[in-house]
Design a protein around this ligand. Structure first.
Ligand SMILES: [Fe+2]
Ligand SMILES: [Fe+2]
Length: 318
């Protein structure tokens, strides 16, 4: 026999980070359908039309980016895996990206009318600056000649480009509004944080194998690319947030996250902004500690799926 197909063996793991990431991601598995979004309707009705517009359209933008991750992002990274366990982790990530993309639709169906939902999707499918970033990243995903650039694009999307949208629900969470919508976003954020760290780690393995000149070239490309994305992100942020006066705060927040993306890739920060510069209300919301929710009324960040115990005969004595 000259050819053979290899069964994945989880008892012989080449890279322990693959196993640890698999365990982390499966422990934090969640579904949008478990979050009682309709509890946010009172808060929603209290917002004026301008603020409602912002909420709806940042979620339209986020839907587009999570669609890109679920349809193109992971499929593109799968072509460059070094281990079978890495492939399994990417399978998990790909499915969760579909959960993320779907969960915005759960929010829309709770808060918006069918006409408003149509308008939001028309907007996200045509808005210039949103389309710019999606298409730029998509083109890199489809260029198989540069596996490390694909990973850079992925980490920039995961750890940087989502955050202009995440700002809004975190801001409302900090003001005790839209808590269940924010819970979904926090669950997404908790996933993206693992995704960005993991893909960044895999990037660094490849990067460290390059010669000094190749490293320098890639670094130059990476910083230019980040700056190019930032310039587009500035325009997107003005377009969405000027009407509510949050633009400067959002820009600080995205520069802070751009630095985190570089950190995931093993690079020095580009911008002077640190956590101390970000609106503390938003920083509070971003901390991914377990939300203190009553399990029967809300499923919080401390999603209980990992805590199930085995059934016993007595469980049937009702
Ligand atoms: Fe996602
Ligand atoms: Fe992700």
């Amino acid at each position: 026999m000259t050819e053979s197909y290899h069964a994945i063996n989880w008892n012989a793991v080449d890279d322990q980070i693959d196993k640890a990431t698999w365990e982390k991601l499966t422990e934090q598995f969640w579904l949008d359908t478990r979050i009682p979004l309709s509890n946010d309707l009172d808060d929603w009705r209290g917002l004026d039309d301008t603020h409602k517009w912002v909420v709806g359209h940042v979620f339209g933008g986020l839907t587009l980016l999570d669609t890109l991750q679920s349809q193109d992002g992971m499929a593109s990274l799968r072509k460059d895996t070094q281990t079978q366990h890495e492939m399994a982790v990417l399978n998990n990530i790909q499915f969760m990206e579909s959960v993320h993309a779907k969960s915005y639709s759960s929010i829309f169906t709770t808060l918006n009318t069918p006409d408003e939902i149509d308008e939001i999707f028309n907007w996200s499918d045509t808005e210039e600056f949103l389309q710019n970033k999606a298409l730029r990243i998509r083109d890199l995903y489809h260029d198989d000649n540069h596996p490390l650039k694909k990973k850079i694009a992925n980490v920039f999307l995961e750890t940087f480009l989502f955050y202009s949208g995440f700002f809004t629900p975190l801001y409302y969470l900090g003001h005790n509004k839209l808590a269940n919508v924010a819970e979904i976003i926090k669950l997404i954020l908790r996933d993206e944080s693992v995704h960005g760290t993991y893909i960044g780690y895999k990037f660094q393995i490849g990067y460290n194998q390059l010669g000094e000149n190749e490293q320098q070239d890639l670094k130059d490309w990476m910083f230019n690319f980040l700056y190019e994305l930032y310039e587009n992100e500035e325009k997107y942020t003005h377009l969405v947030y000027d009407q509510v006066g949050w633009t400067d705060e959002v820009l600080t927040f995205i520069r802070y996250n751009a630095n985190k993306a570089l950190m995931n890739l093993g690079q020095d920060p580009l911008f002077p902004d640190t956590a101390d510069d970000v609106n503390p209300i938003v920083m509070n919301g971003i901390s991914t500690t377990t939300a203190n929710h009553d399990f029967f009324s809300q499923v919080g960040n401390g999603y209980l799926l990992g805590n199930v115990e085995a059934m016993q005969d007595g469980d049937y004595d009702i």
